[in-house]
Design a protein around this ligand. Structure first.
Ligand code: ATP
Length: 277
């Protein structure tokens, strides 16, 4: 289990994380969603021992992250936001060196297994810098999986990928849940959070605004939305509890009103007044 208790972090006068608390159960896929600068990466950095909090505490499997970072490192795999592969080495060599640093046993088998999970086994002898952006993200994921981590942290796993490749990445992430692994990911792609996460915490300006399942979050603000563009080009939206209510509003409002299901972005806008992307 992951416990985050009143965690906070500032950089000079910028408050990146302002007293955030939540818990994640073993085997969950948990998403932190929010716009640029909301504090997602800072929370991941504190959980993965890369940054110390100014206040509060966090623990993984009962181990305090700040007090025992080495022990925590043994439990986790991390896919960072930036690509830190060795570009001049092949996929296989990247994984081999990482497995040496992490004392991975049965290296050759584990590397093969990780490359197969992410669909790069056939390309194991290609240089990392000959890989497309999507393949490089998959190689980072294979690298993080090598030591068999109990918890996998993915910071914007599909950033910069086109929609089709992003979906392939989601399939790979779903596969990585094997053996009850816990997955914590950050994203500002609404569909990504909806497609992958059992529960989602929505962050805004360093604070956790709300945390629940995607279905509950949508249900709590209303599951349908009637919307249209007014003559001044402004988007007018009415969130409703039922489809019938939305259609009733649409009938009485104006021509060109569309009714659709709400998504997590609607939830976010309703709760914060901001947009995510
Ligand atoms: P993004 O979606 O853009 O990755 P994020 O939600 O992950 O954003 P963070 O990277 O956690 O947000 O940043 C939160 C705030 O902290 C931002 O205002 C950012 O500028 C600031 N910040 C983060 N890291 C540093 C740093 N090393 N030095 C100074 N300010 C920082």
């Amino acid at each position: 289990m992951i416990k985050v208790d009143n965690l906070s972090k500032s950089y000079g006068s910028v408050t990146a994380v302002a007293g955030v608390s939540f818990e994640i159960s073993d085997g969950e896929v948990f998403g932190l969603l929010g716009p640029n600068g909301a504090g997602k990466t800072t929370i991941i950095k504190m959980l993965t021992t890369l940054t110390k909090p100014d206040g509060g505490r966090c623990s993984i499997d009962g181990i305090d992250v700040a007090a025992d970072p080495l022990e925590v490192k043994r439990l986790i795999g991390v896919v960072p936001q930036e690509n830190n592969l060795d570009r001049e080495l092949t996929a296989y060599e990247n994984l081999y060196i990482y497995s040496m640093f992490h004392n991975v046993e049965n290296r050759a088998d584990k590397i093969d297994e990780a490359l197969k999970i992410v669909g790069l086994w056939e390309r194991r002898d290609s240089l990392a810098h000959h890989f497309s952006g999507g393949m490089q993200r998959r190689l980072l994921l294979a690298r993080a999986l090598l030591p068999g981590p109990k918890v996998l942290f993915l910071d914007e796993p599909s950033i910069g990928l086109d929609p089709q490749i992003r979906r392939q990445m989601w399939d790979v992430i779903r596969k990585t849940r094997i053996e009850g692994r816990t997955v914590v990911l950050t994203t500002h792609y609404i569909e990504e959070a909806e497609a992958l996460c059992g529960r989602v915490g929505i962050l805004s300006k360093g604070k956790l605004v709300v945390l629940d399942t995607p279905a509950q979050l949508k249900a709590c603000v209303g599951e349908y939305i009637a919307e249209f563009i007014d003559p001044n080009g402004k988007l007018i939206q009415h969130i409703c509890k039922t489809r019938e209510e939305a259609h009733e509003i649409a009938k009485n409002l104006a021509d060109g009103v569309t009714v659709r299901k709400t998504n997590l972005e609607d939830v976010f806008i309703k709760l914060t007044g901001e947009r995510i992307e």
